[in-house]
Design a protein around this ligand. Structure first.
Ligand SMILES: *Cc1c(COP(=O)(O)O)cnc(C)c1O
Length: 403
């Protein structure tokens, strides 16, 4: 190695060492809530109020200390009619907190069909143990009735827990008790009904995707409802807890609430998200735009990209076409549901994995899908304002490709 090579190698090494590790990417996978790519993308303005000094715990009218709880609680109350609300770091924390605050040292009844693992080692039985509650399983994997819960109630019962199966489905010969039926059982026996719903939104959804409606669940009689801020809601990572004042206050007073509390950036982005739903402007939320994108919009976006790529990236060796594809919600919800999408399909004279790799190394990195030997960029998860950087990154990738 001569001095020039050594200098170049040292330069490369240093650049790699100093480059940021958490980097913005372009998501061409068509998976909207992509856990590996940071789940819900946020708009820049979502964070803005939290970037400087802010009224996190300050009451402007009184000129004295306020509560960080008030920001989202007020909006959640207006959106759902919930008496009270609490925001914590993520939904896993919300579930631990509600079990610890409500059921520590007592029994919690749950259906065998809901003893699930969400991924990232969130297993309902382990969470239960960590919170100090004893798990009482009822029913069978495929069928559990309200009467199974009734039969399991003892004087040590502290709560009934319902868990949304999120990322899996039991199909065929099945039954699970509705939240209304469970609320009745809970009321009859003077214990609260807790519901880990996993994901929920206040925005419009294509009919096939409609799932948990927080307002309806609360009016069905759920005492404490918890779901994620960064799944289909399209907000920041957070755990939203909604319910009766008595139960929320109990959670808020528990020492774990301090350990799990949400920071100002989270609260700023959450307030921005909730306010958009309240003002009926869901189009301000990137996830909502992606979920509700129409076939016409997607085909047009793909056609525009294909046209630009064909003229701006003139490579005899690559063929760019618009192709139909299937997108998913991701984030462990709607596991069997595919939504029709559109993609830019890039076909090379050889297997496209080499292009996929080159794109991952680009700036910004582009994450595509290699299928049938071609590279697919699903446009549902690519914003219109990402077209310029996408085309530039493809150009750079092709230039460094030796085919
Ligand atoms: C996703 C999910 C969780 C975990 O939520 P996080 O916000 O990722 O912590 C818990 N329970 C259910 C049912 C879920 O779907």
């Amino acid at each position: 190695m001569d001095a020039g090579d050594l200098e170049a190698a040292a330069g490369d090494h240093l650049r790699r060492c100093m480059a940021p590790s958490l980097r913005r990417v372009i998501n061409g996978t068509g998976v909207i809530i992509h856990t590996n790519l940071g789940r819900a993308p946020l708009s820049a303005e979502a964070l803005s109020e939290g970037l400087r000094y802010c009224t996190l715990e300050y009451d402007l009218e009184a000129g004295q200390r306020g509560s960080r709880r008030d920001h989202a609680a007020e909006l959640l109350a207006r959106l759902t009619g919930a008496e009270s609300a609490l925001v914590v770091n993520n939904n896993a924390a919300a579930v631990v907190l509600m079990l610890a605050a409500v059921a520590r040292g007592g029994e919690v009844i749950i259906s065998r069909g809901e003893l699930i693992e969400i991924g990232g080692s969130f297993r309902v039985p382990d969470i239960m143990e960590a919170s100090g509650a004893t798990l009482v399983e009822v029913g069978t994997t495929n069928k559990t009735y309200a009467r199974d819960y009734v039969a399991a109630i003892t004087e040590d019962t502290r709560a009934i827990l319902k868990v949304h199966p999120s990322n899996y489905r039991i199909v065929g010969f099945t039954h699970d008790a509705t939240t209304s039926a469970l609320a009745q059982v809970a009321r009859d026996h003077g214990v609260p009904l807790l519901y880990d719903a996993g994901a929920a939104t206040f925005g419009p959804l294509p009919a096939a995707l409609v799932d948990v409606d927080p307002k309806a669940e609360l009016s069905n009689g759920v005492d404490l409802l918890a779901f994620s801020g960064d799944k289909i809601l399209g907000g920041p990572q957070a755990g939203l807890m909604l319910g009766g004042r008595e139960w929320i206050d109990r959670c808020a007073r528990h020492p774990l609430a301090r350990a799990f509390r949400a920071d100002k950036l989270t609260l700023a982005a959450l307030e921005h998200t909730l306010r958009a739903y309240l003002m009926q402007q869901p189009e301000k939320i990137p996830v909502s735009r992606m979920v509700n994108a129409t076939a016409t919009q997607l085909n047009k976006r793909a056609a525009n990209l294909v046209e630009r790529l064909t003229t701006e990236v003139p490579r005899e060796i690559a063929r760019f076409t618009v192709a139909a594809c299937e997108d998913t919600i991701g984030g462990g919800s709607h596991p069997q549901r595919r939504i029709d999408g559109a993609a830019v399909r890039i076909e090379l004279a050889r297997d496209a994995s080499i292009l996929a790799e080159q794109l991952r190394r680009g700036t910004p990195p582009i994450i595509g899908v290699v299928r049938d030997g071609a590279l697919w960029l699903h446009v549902r998860t690519i914003a219109d304002d990402e077209a310029d950087v996408l085309v530039a990154a493809l150009n750079a990738a092709f230039s460094s490709l030796t085919l």
